[in-house]
Design a protein around this ligand. Structure first.
Ligand code: ADP
Ligand code: MG
Length: 348
């Protein structure tokens, strides 16, 4: 009898999909550590399918791998090339975000990234003459795209590092949705997606890292069905002659952006708009592109862009002068982090 009730309980838990133990995976892809957690009956399948999607997108979009589709596109610069539906959609979205941000986000930054050595082992400050020669190539309006035929201008190449992880979070959102996952959280190196709420019904807690140090938070966001993507100069950098150079480049100067911001977090609804397999770029890709772009723009221009209302998102800006600016849509959805020493302002 006892054994029977234990079996019955296990069956009920499995069928109700609320087994407390999540399906989890930690993988290294796209040059970063990725963590996936999902609850519910479809969770195991959702996590393993997500892992497959992540691996295939990494193989497609990694420009440091000669075999990738992006590398083939870069090699073909100067002539039209056939690309996959996925890459075509991503190029199209990236161009739109470049136009929307006045070129602060631009995937044709690749030759400049290379001049700084950010793709290889050895980083250095490039000569101004080199930057002067390369900067005219940084202009995604020079990309032509017709259906699944793309042409980069002679000398151009694209770097999807500022949008790829966000796009992959769109793909995972679709996989979770299609598998009936009701609760889950993923973190793809600074790109977070939370599905539903925690199994206990409370909102997910997403920490915005304190960009000044390894530990602690600038604030904590309480989110459901959202993307939250952070860009900061503290992620990847090198030092030369006592000065620090990070990996987010201002396309206007060819130098690492110095806009008075330490980090930008962009939050938007996970609206489930992405259809197809793999999914089309959605708000995950948007948040990633905008986190990079708004870091380049600086606080004033970023808030002006937010106020324009052309895109639906909210922001957490951490400034060099120790302020944390949180836009109105997050009111009631963020907690100050007491020990941080930051001054908090809600922006309307
Ligand atoms: P991370 O990759 O650390 O999460 P971001 O999303 O901000 O950070 O992306 C930074 C990456 O995007 C760089 O490593 C580079 O590949 C690319 N990149 C750098 N500057 C720009 C820019 N202005 N526009 C588009 N992509 C950029
Ligand atoms: Mg980005």
């Amino acid at each position: 009898m006892k054994r029977f009730s234990v079996l019955l309980l296990a069956l009920v838990l499995a069928l109700s999909g609320c087994a407390r133990k999540p399906a989890e995976a930690q993988i290294f892809a796209m040059d970063t550590v990725m963590e996936l957690t999902a609850y519910g009956s479809g969770a195991e399948k959702a996590v393993s399918q997500s892992e497959e999607v992540i691996r295939s997108m990494d193989a497609m979009l990694d420009r440091t791998s000669e075999q990738s589709e992006v590398s083939a596109l870069n090699r073909s610069a100067g002539a039209p090339a056939a690309v996959s539906e996925t890459l075509a959609q991503l190029l199209c979205a990236a161009r739109d975000y470049a136009a929307a941000t006045d070129g602060s986000f631009d995937i044709t930054i690749a030759p400049v990234m290379d001049a700084w050595g950010f793709t290889g082992e050895h980083q250095q400050v490039p000569d101004q003459s080199v930057l002067d020669r390369l900067l005219p190539l940084v202009d995604s309006r020079l990309i032509t795209l017709e259906g699944t035929t793309a042409a980069l201008a002679e000398g151009q190449s694209v770097d999807l590092g500022g949008i790829a992880k966000g796009y992959v979070s769109d793909c995972v959102e679709a996989v979770f949705r299609e598998n009936g996952v009701e609760s889950g959280k993923i973190s793809l190196g600074g790109n977070v997606y939370v599905r539903g709420s925690k199994p206990d019904g409370s909102a997910w807690r997403v920490g915005v890292r304190d960009p000044r140090g390894e530990f602690g938070y600038a604030c904590i966001l309480t989110l459901s069905d959202s993307y939250a993507v952070t860009s900061g100069g503290y992620e990847r950098y090198f030092t030369q002659d006592g000065k620090t150079y990070h990996h987010i480049i201002d396309p206007a100067t060819g130098y690492p952006a110095e806009s008075g911001l330490l980090s930008v977090t962009v939050v938007a609804d996970a609206n489930g708009a992405s259809e197809g397999s793999p999914a089309a770029p959605g708000n995950g890709a948007m948040c990633d592109a905008f986190s990079t772009a708004l870091f380049v723009m600086g606080a004033d221009a970023a808030l002006e862009f937010w106020r324009s209302g052309d895109y639906d998102f909210d922001l957490v800006l951490v400034t060099e002068d120790s302020r944390v600016l949180v836009t109105g849509g997050l009111e009631g959805r963020f907690e100050e982090y007491e020990e941080s020493g930051y001054a908090y302002e809600v922006i309307h």
